[in-house]
Ligand binder design. Structure first.
Ligand code: PLP
Length: 418
């Protein structure tokens, strides 16, 4: 029994001895990914190979949407989404701060004003009560993010959007394969966007897909920068073909080829991650961790693996000391990856105003808000590997590392400032 043995940080043998390189490697590219790329290379049209449209068809079919438009990355997909809504400069958009910045910052380029809201601690997503409090006559849209693959409280958030006439942009970048109420994440927005960047669940290298059922949104997104598709529009908007709206958004077919093969393997990959993470989760729950399994009526996916640490179960060991002890055991462990967006200099130093080019005086009193609930949710969050290819023996070694540290928590060194 390893639990009685000395933690590595106190001079014992590390619990994790298995090689993790293959177990935690992502993405894993097989012969079929290579064949798909080769096909595009041999064809030779590296800009317009039809594989990009096939990727759009795959998304359209999978999500049951009317339109899908591939983008060079998810950030551009979100820019196209904000552009497509055709709102007025100075209009306000409700957003979380606990997200990757691309959920928020592109809106500034079309003059929209982010209103940062608190997240709740069950799903890490927008807190419906706080969202409702921040609505003003200028609020026109809301960005729902399913952070780390955990579906947001969509029923409550969509109810607020309906009551207040808000447009919904769904940033489903982390949630490909997740469902809420039997509906796929990516189906809740007036416009939804997935990123296919390398770390994502269907990794294309760089890529993004915008989805919508609305013809007008699709037309405006296309006009922003898909310079071939504008020609093909069967509406007067095809008059913009020779200029677009000034951006170029098209996805590279070499990336689309990989995105397609990875999408075909998505459910198998998601199932394997979930099985590994949930096996470790059962052991971690016994040590007092909140492991955020799928809430009722949802199926979550694990874009990332975050658990909430309760120091009171570890003799008040600060999380930094826990992370150091875990690393000494050979575990990959860290804090959450994204700093809060509203605390970044782009907002705190006011640079966003120059980019937004608001009329003088408009939103002159805008300040980044205090978000104490969001900060509290982020506190004591621990990031672990997603174990895409791990075998049970590695999961067991991770669990043993935690169990050993808890058993000896009183003796683990605390940082000087703690
Ligand atoms: C929540 C979220 N939204 C949007 C993006 C932007 O996607 P991309 O990197 O493809 O531009 C990312 C990640 O990269 C993300 O994590």
């Amino acid at each position: 029994m390893t639990v009685g043995s000395t933690p590595a940080i106190l001079g014992g043998a590390p619990a994790v001895t298995l090689d993790q390189t293959a177990a935690n490697r992502w993405p894993v590219l097989d012969a079929d990914d290579e064949a798909a790329v080769l096909e595009v290379m041999r064809h030779g049209d590296l800009s317009n190979h039809p594989v990009t449209r096939r990727l759009e068809d795959d998304f359209r079919r999978r999500l049951g949407c009317r339109h899908a438009l591939a983008h060079a990355n998810g950030t551009l997909g979100l820019l196209a989404a904000f552009h497509a809504l055709d709102l007025q400069p100075g209009d306000e958009v409700l957003v979380p701060s606990a997200t990757f910045w691309a959920s928020v910052v592109p809106m500034v380029w079309v003059g929209l004003v982010p209103v940062f809201c608190e997240i709740e601690g069950e799903r890490f997503a927008l807190d419906p009560a706080d969202v409702e409090r921040r609505i003003t006559p200028r609020t026109k849209a809301i960005v729902i993010v399913h952070l780390w693959g955990l579906p947001a409280k969509v029923d409550a958030l969509l109810g607020i959007a309906r009551r207040h006439g808000l447009k919904v942009i769904e940033d489903a970048s982390h949630a490909l394969g997740a469902t809420s109420g039997g509906v796929a994440c990516g189906r809740f927005g007036d416009i939804s966007v997935f990123s296919l960047q390398t770390s994502k669940l269907a990794a294309a290298g760089e890529g993004g897909v915008l989805l919508t059922d609305d013809d007008a949104y699709m037309e405006r997104a296309t006009c922003l920068g898909d310079i071939v598709r504008i020609y093909e529009l069967a509406t007067p908007a095809n008059r913009f073909a020779a200029t677009s709206f000034g951006i170029k958004t098209r996805m590279a077919p070499l990336s689309a080829a990989v995105g397609r093969t990875q999408l075909a393997k998505l459910d198998r990959h998601n199932t394997r991650r979930a099985a590994n993470i949930e096996a470790l989760g059962t052991r971690l729950q016994a040590l007092g961790f909140d492991t955020f399994p799928s809430p009722p009526d949802t199926t979550r996916v694990y874009f990332e693996h975050l658990v909430k640490y309760d120091p009171s179960r570890f003799d008040d060991l600060p999380i930094d000391a826990l992370i150091a002890a875990l690393r000494a055991e050979g575990c990959e462990a860290s804090g959450p990856r994204y700093p809060l967006v509203h605390e970044q200099p782009f907002f705190t130093e006011g640079h966003w105003r120059k980019v937004a080019r608001l009329a003088p005086g408009d939103h002159a009193d805008w300040r980044p808000p205090q978000l104490p609930a969001t900060a509290a949710v982020q506190r004591n969050m621990l990031r672990l590997p997603t174990f895409p290819w791990a075998e049970p023996a590695l999961i067991d070694q991770y669990a043993q590392a935690f169990e050993k540290i808890q058993a000896h928590a009183r003796a683990i060194p605390r940082p000087a400032h703690a």
